[in-house]
Design a protein around this ligand. Structure first.
Ligand code: NAP
Ligand code: G4F
Length: 337
């Protein structure tokens, strides 16, 4: 039986990865940062809260990282923990760098000292492509981050490559494009949309307030993406891989797909800050733009080329964008019932 340690096990990806590894027969340990009331709701929703061993773990605390890696005899280490909300990274740039950049080197340097044989996965991101220099984006595309989060993740990405090349660690980096699910945090745009629409469909009357409706994302299902993470660590040699669907969709189209799942028929009017959507069936205003949600710098077009992962890992995303929007809208609607 292999043992895995997952940082960020209470997050969206951490919960799905823990479930996958348990199904594969792993002993699963995870890191949870100290807060007044530990939030294990995603592990509970997946029915695995009592099957994983949790350890106090914080990316910003070197001694805590050292003691955790000393205590758990792990074969694989998945670093999924991060300050992961791009929008917040302009308000918390120093903390974001501490957690998302320095946190990675704290872990790598401790692994190098205590467990050089353990395999390491770093959660890199398409946000590193930012102002895209090539379409679609692949492993060799030049990075041009557009947020303090993206900049911090670029450091995490390069230090992972550097420890692989300098010390021979089996350290891989997954450059993952956006992946969503019913377990997605409520501040991210997809979940904000499906939850807001579900509340409207259940009789609420507060429109969903959004920012840049023209941004495009390559959205996949988180359950598919954690399978790709695992596959990376099963390769003989560590490497970097893009995981993406290759399909890009505007925020507006995602909103429409989710609304259709809930039986709405949208009429769009206006542009930019004046854009709105109304449900023709009920006459309710269901979306209005609020400039408060615009970002100081935007990533407008993300679309990934996952050919390398397809060829070398045999990885394929299985859930398309319409099915994803339907799955999330239905889950939120059912939960509110
Ligand atoms: P998430 O749901 O926001 O989960 C983040 C996890 O990190 C949570 O468990 C959180 O704990 C934990 N965490 C935050 N700060 C920490 C700290 N200082 N010390 C220890 N743990 C800390 O994110 P996700 O969507 O699962 O994403 C997983 C990873 O993939 C992240 O690194 C993210 O940046 C990266 N990524 C995500 C996507 C995507 O589309 N989802 C795409 C590319 C890359 P709490 O529960 O206490 O908040
Ligand atoms: O859902 P988002 O907040 O995700 P974003 O910024 O792409 O970041 C996510 O994906 C990254 C991978 O590329 C991860 F690394 C990161 O950890 C995270 O998981 O925003 C998506 C787009 C943005 O262009 C944003 O401006 O949606 C636009 N948007 C429009 N209105 C909004 C809103 N985003 C949010 N969160 N809230 C809005 O009201």
């Amino acid at each position: 039986m292999k043992t895995a340690f997952i940082t960020g096990i209470t997050g969206q990806d951490g919960a799905y990865l823990a479930k996958l590894l348990l199904e594969k027969g792993y002993e699963v340990h995870g890191g949870v940062r100290r807060i007044s009331q530990p939030e294990t709701v995603r592990l509970e929703l997946l029915g695995i809260a009592d099957q994983v061993t949790l350890h106090e773990f914080d990316l910003t605390e070197q001694n805590n990282i050292f003691r955790t890696i000393q205590a758990v005899e792990m074969d694989e280490f998945y670093n999924l923990a991060a300050q992961s909300f791009v929008g917040a990274s302009w308000d918390l740039p120093v903390y974001t760098a501490d957690a998302d950049a320095m946190g990675v080197v704290r872990i790598l340097d401790t692994l190098r000292t205590l467990r050089p044989e353990a395999r390491f996965y770093q959660a890199s991101t398409s946000e590193m492509f930012g102002l895209v220099q090539e379409v679609p984006q692949k492993e060799t595309t030049r990075l041009y981050p557009r947020s303090p989060y993206g900049v911090a993740k670029v450091y995490g990405h390069y230090i992972t490559m550097n420890y692989r090349e300098s010390f021979g660690l089996h350290a891989s980096s997954g450059i993952l494009f956006n992946h969503e699910s019913p377990l997605r945090g409520k501040e991210f745009v997809t979940r904000k949309i499906t939850l807001g629409l579900a509340q409207l469909a259940r009789g609420g009357d507060a429109p969903v307030e959004l920012g840049n409706m023209d941004a495009r994302r390559d959205w996949g299902f988180a359950g598919d993406y954690v399978e790709g993470m695992w596959r990376m660590l099963q390769q003989d040699d560590a490497d970097d891989y893009v995981l993406a669907t290759g399909v890009t969709t505007t925020i507006r189209d995602f909103f429409t797909f989710a609304a259709e799942e809930l039986g709405m028929d949208l009429e769009w009017t206006g542009e930019a800050e004046g854009e709105t959507a109304t449900d023709r069936k009920t006459g309710k205003l269901v979306m209005k733009v609020n400039p408060k949600f615009y970002r100081p710098a935007e990533v407008d077009l993300l679309i990934g080329d996952a050919s390398k992962a397809r060829t070398q890992l045999g990885w394929e995303p299985k859930v398309d964008i319409r099915s994803l929007a339907s799955m999330m809208a239905k889950s939120d609607f059912d939960a509110l019932g």
